[in-house]
Design a protein around this ligand. Structure first.
Ligand SMILES: [Zn+2]
Length: 215
């Protein structure tokens, strides 16, 4: 099965991608992993990507597309793959279609993890992390510490990461809407879009996605 997974920040996309890939016995291909692998293996694409990143510039689409193509041609991807974080705009989606067509393949489904925006903001902005250990994570509503602002585990001070502030989360959602939502329309027009309600237990969401893929 060849699947693309899309969803806004806070939808649990990385977690779902890992579970779904395991259930379907296909590799989970994330752009983050592609960049790390190409840079650590010092490939030509990795060196080019790094030069842009070091300069603080966005990596051009053609480099990302090249990395994705190399990865999809590896032996473990012959029976399919699950793409996570790619494509992230319509021109990448078109490039992906072209690549697959050349190889005589096509996508089977595009899974869209759907969450209420206010719920995402509530989930992320309520997160509090311990200054002593970032693995000590609390939530002001869903996993409140016994004493507000104090870590239950070690007594450390709890704080909100800059990335988790409401303004930052709203900004990331805005960026997502502008860049990624057009690809949802693009795949909808191809009849590939499958919308999965992504709130609730992780295992329930995975099951919903598996059920939808069987249809
Ligand atoms: Zn702690």
């Amino acid at each position: 099965m060849r699947i693309v997974l899309v969803g806004p920040p806070g939808a649990g996309k990385g977690t779902q991608a890992a579970f779904l890939a395991k259930n379907l016995s296909i590799p989970h291909i994330s752009t983050g992993d592609l960049f790390r692998a190409n840079i650590s293996q010092n490939t030509e694409l990795g060196r080019r990507a790094k030069a842009f990143m070091d300069a603080g510039d966005l990596v051009p689409d053609e480099i990302t597309i090249g990395m994705a193509k190399d990865r999809m041609e590896q032996p473990d991807a012959v029976n399919g793959f699950l793409l996570d974080g790619f494509p992230r705009n319509v021109s990448q989606a078109e490039a992906l279609d072209g690549m697959l067509e050349e190889a005589g393949m096509k996508l089977d489904a595009v899974l869209d993890l759907e969450v209420e925006e206010d719920e995402v903001v509530k989930r992320i902005a309520g997160r509090r992390i311990c200054r002593n250990d970032s693995a000590h994570v609390f939530h002001v509503v869903y996993a409140a510490p016994k004493t507000p602002g104090v870590c239950d585990t070690c007594g450390g001070e709890l704080y909100q990461r800059e990335d988790d502030s409401e303004a930052t989360v709203r900004n990331r959602l805005e960026v997502y809407h502008t860049q990624t939502e057009p690809i949802i329309d693009y795949y909808k027009a191809q009849g590939l879009l499958v919308t999965i309600p992504a709130l609730g237990e992780v295992a329930d969401v995975t099951q919903r996605a598996m059920d939808a893929l069987k249809k």
